[in-house]
Design a binder for this molecule. Structure first.
Ligand code: MN3
Length: 210
């Protein structure tokens, strides 16, 4: 059984940028529901249940598609994606941490996107333009190159063996209580709570992932 991660900071710790009520509902209700449905979908597939959510999505083609029927595949993609994406989301935010890329990732971003500011502008742009629900991602692609794109719903970069370094949730549940329809304001505010030490750690993990 997969379990809900406990936040390493208080629900209110990201205020005023991300409010405590949104964090409560997002973590305790939305994330919990993805988890419950993910575990339910795995209940008759003990071999798949042994994989981490990351590995289950990473090995979707060679494991899930050969071991589970279509309806279970769909549930694992949607709820496994929803579960893992929120694990990442809580991990890459904190009340204090460097607010710009550090270490090897800082160098890689400068090399790929000219500057951190240019990268930030591009990521906000794809997040703004994602129609309806989804996520904007910074990933390591199959060539271990940085790439930016958005995906709808809980479709995961992991399904294409792209490693998610960081992602911004643009489902309305991520911002509607505080920002209502003003997604661009949320997409500006979130940079005040992204923890680039944690994101650097994910970058190092992504470089090693195979
Ligand atoms: Mn969400």
């Amino acid at each position: 059984m997969h379990t809900l991660p406990t936040l390493t900071y208080a629900y209110e710790a990201l205020e005023p940028h991300i409010d405590g009520l949104t964090m409560h509902v997002h973590h305790d209700k939305h994330h919990q529901t993805y988890l419950d449905k993910f575990n339910a979908a795995l209940s008759n597939y003990p071999e798949l249940a042994k994989l981490s959510a990351e590995d289950l999505l990473w090995h979707f083609e060679d494991r899930v598609k050969t071991e589970a029927p279509a309806d279970i595949q769909a549930a694992l993609k949607n709820h496994g994606g929803g579960f893992e994406h929120h694990n990442i989301f809580w991990e890459i935010m904190s009340p204090n941490g460097p607010r710009e890329a550090v270490g090897d990732l800082a160098a890689a971003i400068s090399s790929k996107f000219i500057s951190f500011l240019d990268f930030r502008t591009k990521l906000i742009d794809v997040a703004t333009k994602q129609f309806g629900s989804g996520w904007a991602w910074l990933v390591l692609d199959e060539n271990k190159e940085l790439a930016i794109y958005s995906l709808p719903n809980q479709d995961s970069p992991l399904l294409n063996k792209h490693y998610p370094i960081m992602g911004i949730d643009v489902w309305e549940h991520a911002y509607y209580l505080k920002y209502q329809n003003r997604r661009p304001e949320y997409l500006e505010a979130i940079w005040n709570v992204l923890d680039w030490q944690q994101i650097e750690a994910r970058y190092q993990m992504g470089l090693k992932k195979s």
